[in-house]
Ligand binder design. Structure first.
Ligand SMILES: Nc1ncnc2c1ncn2[C@@H]1O[C@H](COP(=O)(O)OP(=O)(O)OP(=O)(O)O)[C@@H](O)[C@H]1O
Ligand SMILES: [Mg+2]
Length: 266
């Protein structure tokens, strides 16, 4: 996306933002409250249109495409919402089946197979008949990921996936995000205030400030940076790189792209 501008009441929240995300990458987006992270996510998902700029998904420009083309491009995305946004009156099973029933013409047998497989993969199959109010925060997050993944998206946007979770559960959620990338080859955009999770997950960390990308670099470098935007962030997070476990070795985004290409050929 390039030159992205979004104004509310004449004030530019995003003011010429440029960012390119490659297939298979995990890009972590950080930034202060009100810096426009959620706005950015809404534009990306086509829920709102920018005032200027280009958001290209494959060959489609979301800013200028017809509503049909925007809808088609949107189907390549899914979002894991911060507040998990599950429907209170539906069971876990029906929540995960919801996007398939709404957006596809799949028959119930196929839906059952896909929903059950996703619930099992995320370790919440035993909770299928429960209501959202009966879930812990960590379980609700798993169900939120299952609901996003069941549509088989190419790009998954997570808005604050670990906020409100204890540190142990947060690391479990990091593991699930990593797993979705490894098994399903999704491109991940992770909006977070959790610097530990940023450090573990990111191929690149980008920071939003003053409506633009202020920093775009590998996490090891970002968290050692003396840049005036990032330094207070890294410091107040208490992140001490000398005491953090080394980053897990993981496949590169290029490896994920190669596997994607070879699966697509089959
Ligand atoms: N629909 C809207 N109408 C008017 N102003 C809005 C609207 N949505 C967002 N804003 C304003 O845009 C700015 C950016 O909001 P946004 O929610 O994108 O920030 P954020 O980075 O996600 O913040 P947080 O970390 O608190 O979630 C804020 O000043 C907010 O008040
Ligand atoms: Mg937000």
């Amino acid at each position: 996306m390039s030159g992205l501008v979004k104004r509310y009441d004449g004030r530019a929240v995003l003011d010429g933002l440029d960012l390119r995300v490659m297939r298979g990458e995990t890009v972590v987006v950080i930034g202060g409250s009100g810096s426009g992270k959620s706005t950015f996510a809404r534009l990306l998902l086509g829920l709102e249109r920018p005032d200027a700029g280009v958001i290209r998904v494959g060959d489609t420009d979301l800013a200028s495409a017809s509503d049909d083309d925007v809808a088609a491009a949107r189907r390549r995305f899914a979002m894991v919402f911060q507040s998990h946004a599950l429907l209170d009156s539906l069971t876990v099973y029906d929540n995960v089946a919801f996007p398939l029933r709404e957006e596809t013409s799949l028959d119930e047998r196929t839906i059952r197979r896909r929903v059950t497989a996703m619930l099992t993969e995320l370790g919440v199959e035993a909770a299928a008949e429960r209501l959202p109010a009966e879930l812990s925060g960590g379980m609700a997050k798993r169900v939120g990921i299952a609901r996003a993944m069941v549509t088989e998206p190419e790009i998954l946007v997570y808005d604050e996936p670990t906020s409100g979770l204890d540190p142990v559960t947060s690391r479990t959620v990091d593991g699930l995000i990593e797993r979705m990338r490894e098994r399903h080859l999704v491109t991940s955009i992770v909006i977070t205030h959790d610097m530990v999770s940023a450090y573990h997950l990111a191929d690149r960390v980008v920071m939003l400030a003053r409506g633009k990308i202020a920093i775009d670099d590998a996490p090891e470098r970002v968290f050692c940076s003396s840049n005036a935007d990032i330094e207070p962030f890294a410091r107040s997070s208490g992140l001490d790189l000398t005491h953090l476990a080394p980053r897990p070795t993981r496949r590169s985004a290029a490896d994920i792209r190669r596997e994607w290409a070879s699966r697509a050929q089959r």
